[in-house]
Design a protein around this ligand. Sequence first.
Ligand SMILES: *Cc1c(COP(=O)(O)O)cnc(C)c1O
Length: 396
Amino acid sequence: MTKRFNDDWKPQTRLVHGGTLRSSFGETSEALYLTQGFVYETAEAAEARFKGEDPGFIYSRYANPTVDMFESRMGALEEAEDARATASGMAAVAAALLCSVKAGDHVVAARALFGSCRWIVETLMPRYGIETTLVDGTRMEAWEEAVRKNTKLFFLESPTNPTLEICDIASIAKLADSIGARLVVDNVFATPLLQKPLELGAHVVVYSATKHIDGQGRCLGGVVLSDKEWIDENLHDYFRHTGPSLSPFNAWTLLKGLETLPMRVRQQMESAAHVADYLADHPKVERVIYPGRPDHPQADLVKRQMKGGSTLVCLDIKGGKQGAFAFSNALEIIRISNNLGDAKSLITHPATTTHKNLSEEARLEAGIQQGTLRLSLGLEDTEDLLKDIEQALATV
Ligand SMILES: *Cc1c(COP(=O)(O)O)cnc(C)c1O
């Protein structure tokens, strides 16, 4: 990415103007460079470009002006030295993890992971001779006990999916530093606005831009952010030669998404807080987990580490699977879907969808009961959402 923002700009300004690369036409909105390649005036110019003497673009698998604007805007928001955009969140996670280790290395990861992330750690990495250990990421001692001589990488998500547990990023980063390992944080559930892993000491942060960054359910995307040296030495060649590149069209969509990210996250968080309070007092609800509430099991850590609760709420409904299904089916505004961070409020039953591949034991270990539901708040009017929830609970 190329840095294009003023250091004294606040986040909201960075999200509107950061990364903008105007063409000679002076367009207001970012231009969409839907091109595979670039032409050179002369053979000498091509030679210079390939030698790195001239910084222009070569091929859109390597870099593209619209994609570069997205990377630069994300870098401006995250205050990261460098960024690479990817075709999906999973491409970003895979790149960040695989470029951090080699055969013979050991990885420690928090066990409450997004299903595909867990597959990379648990199934894919061992195939290439990388040892892995999954731990309860909320227990600092578990990270310490899992460390081996060859531990090179820590990986976690916080808040976790779907039970919104919190890992202590600063302490885990400190432990990583003390053994010469690196910490990769998947920051999707927090969004770049509510938590800054790099500031807390993490070495790499990854996003599925598919979620809040697009925020309107249109396209997939991802991004890896870190220091320039690590990206140059570890990610650069992998990225160029394996081709997880983001389409310029999707980069353009995501750029426009970033402009409204703070307003959307604020509104969704406000609804989430209201809904969490409403559910916590409801007789048909057994448990509510919301990082913004004082009864969250790690409320102190939330305060230290995050700038707000979350746009998601986790709840256990009475009556197990039957209760959860009856409630979900009765909802009229909130739709059943496995996605999150969308303008539309979405409800998920993890035990039968996103987490169906876990054994019963692993599922319970992750705090997922048959009555557990994950609710992602959208941009609808909060009162309409509360009414919808009220009428649906009445049918359970
Ligand atoms: C959705 C998600 C991913 C994967 O992102 P895609 O864009 O769907 O590939 C990874 N991690 C977390 C926490 C997610 O929510």
